[in-house]
Design a protein around this ligand. Structure first.
Ligand code: NAD
Ligand code: ZN
Length: 353
């Protein structure tokens, strides 16, 4: 679990006080990995407390993080600084959260990031790392994984060293998120709840967090009676609770199939989950019904026909990636999932998207 958290509007300004005692020496910099959407946005960037050799690296979130990108960032940090960093601070959405987690691990572990995709492969503790989310939904700020696309798979580095040492939850930072993106990333949280609460891995720990996140999502996306500020506060906490819920259970059908889309077509996580989930009424009837209502209420039009021109070989790649995520299927369907989920069933579903 994340060991230290602050929550509150304006809490971003506590960053300097939080970092000061963690500085190893004046030559050991803090490296800020910041979503490049904030480049030139002084409202956020002017509040980043730079001193000595500290450095901001602006990074695009247009594409999801890759193992090669993590390796390049690590090389760049090592080459540009004589001393190893005092800490890595990620500022942005799930993409930047994952990059900060992965870079902090790889600074202290030999080899390439692809060698650590899987469960509990990390040998040495990561460099001190801090997460500051600027969009809510993925739960990446709280989770035990950092999802990376590698040369042959999209899979997280799941380990006890992955979670942040410190998270700053300042809902005010999410105020300028574009409306569509707010919905897609928010729905990632909603789908985490549905997949966790309807999964065979469910237990009291996951259920208690999942139910709370589900209730908050309904306040925000269905009842819609909150002020903008209340909605920002609640979605940030929904994201946290949704992340905690899947930390002790698993996601399900939407995530497995969305990983396939992402691997083959580069479809981003939030929108990819929405595209898939829209067709999963056989698996999550009530969840999908409410999803369609929320989609309509917020005037969201999802892309159609994204698989229309795919070749048989491409379907093959996508279906193999989806089917390789065995724990997700086992959680969704049960131990006998291989008798229920067939190649042809998945192909027919993808063809509808
Ligand atoms: P993102 O980080 O990809 O960002 C989405 C878009 O929103 C980007 O264009 C970004 O620039 C913009 N944005 C972010 N904050 C903004 C702000 N305050 N104002 C204006 N624009 C802003 O989106 P995401 O949905 O948060 O993250 C998706 C990523 O998270 C995927 O790579 C996925 O694999 C990963 N993920 C990780 C976990 C985990 O547990 N580690 C869980 C779910 C998803
Ligand atoms: Zn997700």
């Amino acid at each position: 679990m994340v060991s230290r958290v602050v929550f509150g509007r304006g809490s971003f300004d506590q960053l300097q006080d939080i970092l000061a005692p963690k500085r190893l020496n004046v030559k050991a910099p803090f490296i800020f990995l910041v979503d490049d959407v904030f480049k030139g946005d002084s409202w956020i960037t002017s509040r980043i407390p730079l001193a000595y050799k500290d450095q901001i690296l602006y990074i695009s979130a247009n594409e999801e993080p890759t193992t090669a990108q993590v390796d390049e960032l690590v090389d760049q940090i090592i080459l540009n600084h004589n001393d190893g960093p005092s800490g890595i601070i990620g500022i942005g959405g799930g993409s930047l959260m994952d990059l900060a987690k992965a870079v902090s691990i790889m600074l202290n572990n030999k080899g390439g990031a692809k060698d650590y995709q899987g469960w509990d492969l990390v040998k040495s503790a990561a460099v001190y790392h801090v997460g500051i989310p600027t969009i809510s939904g993925t739960g990446a700020e709280v989770s035990r994984t950092t999802v990376l696309t590698g040369p042959d798979k999209k899979l997280g580095i799941n380990s006890d060293y992955t979670p942040f040492d410190q998270v700053i939850l300042d809902p005010e930072l999410t105020r300028d998120v574009p409306r569509d993106q707010w919905f897609y990333t928010g729905m990632d949280c909603y789908i985490h709840c549905i997949e966790s609460l309807n999964g065979t891995y469910l237990n009291a720990f996951s259920e208690s967090y999942g139910e709370k996140a589900y209730e908050l999502c309904k306040n925000i996306f269905v009842d819609d009676k909150l002020s903008d500020e209340e909605a920002q506060d609640q979605l940030m906490m929904a994201s946290w609770h949704g992340g905690m819920s899947i930390a002790y259970s698993q996601v399900g059908v939407a995530h497995a199939m969305s990983y396939g889309l992402s691997y083959l077509l580069g479809t981003k996580h939030g929108i990819g989950n929405c595209i898939v989930f829209d067709h999963l009424e056989d698996y999550y009837p009530e969840g999908v019904q409410l999803f369609k209502k929320m989609k309509q209420k917020h005037n969201i039009v999802l892309p159609k026909g994204i698989c229309a021109d795919l070749s048989d070989e491409q379907f093959d790649v996508m279906i193999k990636v989806a089917l390789s995520l065995e724990p997700l299927w086992e959680n969704a369907i049960g131990k006998n999932w291989k008798n229920v989920i067939t190649y042809d069933k998945l192909k027919a579903l993808y063809q509808k998207m």
